[in-house]
Design a protein around this ligand. Structure first.
Ligand code: ZN
Length: 253
């Protein structure tokens, strides 16, 4: 696929996602950049892998109650969220074209991790009941990072398996390597969410949240974790873990 065709296709997908309410303006621009990098270097195979993550993720979060949990008016993803989920995959896609095939597997592994995490969060919130921390098995508020549920865990395996199945069907990478990388990324996400990720406190609503300013308008204070490690940073780490584990799994017999 040429750069021009990749760019055109990425614009169409970004606009459709914007119109569907999945992305805000900055998110649509970031998605166009990620899409162009992926389509221009990985062609239709890369486009299929990207959409195997992006379409279910957009549909699930559209139906999500995350908006209610965070009290936000809309659930549109912004540029930081798009790059946190797709940035590592885009870098790997370019790396595959510039350096070699292991990075194509890393590209699929990064999206498998993003799909696994998104499925775990959205399905777990709806069907999982009360999540527990992966670190100390105490209860965590539904929708908060770091909590795991049985339904969410099964969904994360399914999300990784869908991306892995498509990647292997198109001979991009072996099924097992991508699936293992995707699940490893989701586990890394939950571990970081339960340990280093910042949890903030709104003194007015007396509740935990993730934003430095709560939807009620009041400033929040750091309660646990490291201040700068928020959900986007954890997603970058999780997709990086997915890419690296998938590339390492290529070498194991
Ligand atoms: Zn508040």
């Amino acid at each position: 696929m040429t750069i021009a065709l990749g760019f055109a296709l990425a614009i169409v997908i970004g606009l459709l996602a914007y119109r569907a309410g999945a992305l805000d303006g900055s998110g649509a621009i970031a998605a166009t950049a990620v899409g162009t990098a992926v389509f221009a270097t990985q062609g239709w195979v890369g486009a299929t892998v990207l959409l195997a993550f992006f379409i279910p993720a957009s549909a699930l979060s559209h139906l999500s109650r995350r908006a209610a949990v965070d009290g936000e008016q809309n659930a549109r993803r912004n540029a930081a969220q798009v790059l946190a989920n797709g940035g590592i995959a885009a870098v790997c896609a370019v790396g595959a074209a510039a350096i070699g095939p292991p990075f194509a597997a890393g590209f699929a592994g990064a999206f498998a991790a993003a799909a696994a995490d998104t499925c775990a969060t959205e399905i777990g919130m709806r069907f999982g009941g009360a999540p527990v921390s992966l670190v100390n098995f105490r209860r965590v508020a539904a929708g908060r990072s770091g909590g795991v549920t049985i339904a969410g865990t099964l969904a994360s395996v399914a999300g990784a398996a869908i991306v892995a199945a498509i990647a292997s069907a198109f001979h991009l990478a072996p099924f097992r390597a991508v699936a293992v990388g995707g699940v490893a990324g989701a586990v890394a996400d939950s571990l970081l969410g339960a340990t280093l990720q910042s949890v903030r406190w709104c003194p007015v609503c007396r509740c935990e949240c993730e934003a430095s300013r709560h939807f009620c308008g009041s400033a929040t204070s750091l309660r646990r974790g490291v201040g700068w490690i928020q959900n986007d940073a954890v997603n970058v780490a999780a997709t990086l873990c997915g890419a690296i584990v998938t590339m390492l799994a290529l070498r194991s017999p």
